[in-house]
Design a protein around this ligand. Structure first.
Ligand SMILES: [Cu+2]
Length: 320
């Protein structure tokens, strides 16, 4: 009896422990801890967010979301702010870095993400009011308020959809095999559009895990107070609702399958193009001028976030 219990636990552990989410955000060198309390205080399968935890992050659950039409696709479960609802101040044009953890217990530093195959996508939504505030605001599927600011899929030169060919693998997961390497999981850095009108915004990071049927979605939301003199707001064609932005039969979602990492690679995964779900990336009204007159190169930093935004802005295709 005892032996069979142990065997069960050991064989189940890799699946039970290979989920997770964002555990920290970094802006201008300042660290904003996420809301991991539910993972430390309760069992893995019965996680309950602690609403008293002060954080910029919305409450969330460690398990993946499977239903693109359900309420949890918006900002995970519960997706609501805690009683201490904080906003992190960030200047338009600045970078924010998110780092993921699979919440192995005991925690292993540096933390990293277990999955490899699938894209990373980042959205923002302006919260209502004047001045706008995200406290108490929970967007619904009827609110077409989300715009995509960045997405990244396959690594340059990748020719199949196997695990190690994705940016997910390097940025948030397995870049270094040494557990003590501080660069093991550098996180995902993106730039807030530099002309974005100031105000309170939700930022929604999302990992889609494609080595599963159906696909697994890991959305995490956090509250930002964007400062700046810009006046830009995304046009309606760039705005989508969650739920609503995705369909289970979108090509980049429907392709999900456990066999994605198997060799030999199935024909359908023998490709250098990943069809991102959702709208095109919106980085502000000037992006096309910059590309035409070449000034973009002078004004853009070489930050990863800009690369992600600009290289993937045309119809969601990797254009490296
Ligand atoms: Cu998982």
């Amino acid at each position: 009896m005892k032996v069979s219990n142990i065997v069960t636990v050991v064989s189940f552990a890799p699946f039970a422990f290979s989920h997770g989410g964002i555990f920290t955000y970094k802006i201008d060198g300042e660290e904003y801890p996420g809301n991991p309390t539910e993972l430390e205080n309760t069992t893995w399968t019965n996680a309950v967010p602690d609403p008293t935890w002060p954080s910029i992050q919305r409450q969330w659950n460690f398990n993946p979301v499977y239903n693109v039409s359900g309420a949890n696709i918006t900002c995970n479960w519960r997706g609501t702010p805690g009683t201490s609802s904080l906003h992190a101040t960030i200047a338009a044009g600045s970078n924010i870095t998110a780092r993921w953890d699979n919440f192995y217990s005991p925690p292993v530093w540096p933390q990293y993400w277990e999955h490899g195959a699938g894209p990373l996508l980042v959205y923002m939504a302006r919260c209502p009011g004047s001045p706008s505030s995200c406290t108490g605001f929970s967007p619904a599927g009827s609110d077409a308020i989300w715009f995509k600011i960045a997405q990244t899929g396959l690594k340059p030169g990748a020719s199949t959809l196997s695990d190690g060919n994705w940016q997910q693998w390097d940025l948030v997961g397995h870049m270094s095999s040494s557990p003590t390497d501080p660069n093991r999981s550098p996180g995902l850095t993106v730039t807030i559009p530099r002309d974005l009108r100031e105000g309170a915004y939700l930022i929604r990071h999302e990992i889609i895990m494609l080595a599963s049927q159906p696909a697994q979605f890991y959305p995490n939301c956090a509250q930002l107070m964007v400062k700046g003199s810009g006046k830009a707001e995304p046009e309606s064609g760039s705005l989508v609702a969650f739920p609503g932005a995705y369909r289970a039969d979108d090509p980049g979602i429907a392709m999900a399958d456990w066999s994605i990492s198997q060799t030999p690679v199935r024909d359908v995964y023998n490709t250098s193009v990943y069809p991102f779900p959702g709208p095109p990336v919106w980085t502000g009204p000037e992006v096309f001028e910059w590309e035409e007159d070449g000034a973009r190169d002078e004004t853009e930093e070489s930050e990863l976030g800009d690369e992600i935004g600009s290289h993937h802005s045309e119809g969601g295709r990797r254009s490296v």
